[in-house]
Design a protein around this ligand. Structure first.
Ligand code: ADP
Length: 295
């Protein structure tokens, strides 16, 4: 399957230009949409999920016109929104059974089997009778994935799924997500670079409604080989370094400011060559738009 997003634009009634001429091609597998808060990720996710209109542009899932054929798209879609409300007094098992019924699975036995295997899949079998209101953040996210998988969707959209999860919950969630994706398109929106480097075979960086980069994480990182240099400096010297070098990120550690700069030639001056990471790719792209070096 292929999702083709072409020149998509959206301005909200309050004048915020949330999507500016967004074009992306997304194939089967895990695709990461990476960007800071307010970049336009949810706006794009909601538009693909047929929940809001675009002003301009088109989205096609193979030959299916997504913006025009909402009902057909919804039958192929699994969606885990950012704000995932759950009914607190209903058990996971009952809720999944109910959603399966809404998605048109009428046979009780078939539903029971499906709900059982979904709960197994997301490691919630032993908690299936518990009320959703008693679930932890990680359990709610895994329940969210289970409901998104009902009906064997071909397109799965998960919006900021790891925000608010502790490291162990995040790991469990990564494992779950990475089992999907071979025969489906999974779009994962996130502001966490590690989500993309751990999970995604391709990704895009979006900022202020614009796509700044699209490609494969490995290629993006390799292209920076030999171009990232780091140095620990006194933090009041930052403005001086910023005036001389393209400082893409800063990190305060034990009183010293560790800065990373991007340039084609060795700066000398006490800098050491650093191994590039996807964070360098991310920061070098968004630092042209937003101030990432405020300390
Ligand atoms: P992200 O998901 O990357 O955090 P969003 O798509 O939620 O970004 O938001 C992009 C921009 O659009 C932000 O400036 C946000 O405040 C604005 N925005 C989002 N939804 C609405 C809305 N329904 N009405 C007006 N402005 C909105």
């Amino acid at each position: 399957m292929k999702l083709s997003i072409n020149a998509l634009s959206k301005t909200y009634a309050n004048g915020v230009h949330a999507l500016k001429d967004v074009s992306l091609t997304i194939s089967n597998g895990m695709f990461g949409l990476l960007g800071p808060n307010g970049a336009g990720k949810s706006s794009l996710m909601r538009t693909i999920a047929t929940l809001q209109e675009a002003d301009q542009g088109s989205i096609f899932l193979d030959d299916l016109n997504v913006l025009k054929n909402k009902t057909e798209v919804r039958q192929l879609l699994g969606y885990l929104p950012q704000e995932f409300g759950v009914y607190p007094k209903v058990s996971a098992e009952r809720m999944l059974d109910h959603i399966a019924q809404l998605k048109g699975i009428e046979n009780t036995g078939e539903r029971k089997e499906l709900v059982g295997s979904l709960l197994e899949n997301v490691n919630l079998s032993k908690d299936r009778k518990k009320h959703l209101g008693t679930y932890s953040g990680g359990m709610k996210q895994r329940f969210g994935i289970a409901q998104a998988l009902i009906g064997s969707p071909k397109l799965i959209i998960v919006d900021e799924p790891t925000a608010g999860l502790d490291p162990a919950e995040r790991n469990r969630f990564y494992n779950l997500l990475s089992q999907l994706g071979e025969n489906t398109i999974v779009i994962l929106s996130t502001h966490i670079v590690e989500d993309v480097s751990t999970l995604c075979s391709s990704f895009a960086i979006i900022c202020q409604g614009e796509v700044l980069y699209a490609g494969e994480p490995d290629n993006a990182v390799n292209a920076m080989e030999g171009k990232i240099f780091s140095k620990a400096i006194d933090k009041d010297k930052l403005p001086h370094y910023q005036s001389q070098f393209k400082v893409i990120s800063t990190q305060l550690k034990t009183g010293k400011l560790h800065i990373r700069v991007l340039q084609d030639t060795e700066p000398g001056n006490g800098f050491v060559t650093a191994t590039p990471t996807l964070e360098d790719v991310y920061f070098s792209n968004i630092s042209t738009r937003v101030d990432v070096n405020t300390i």
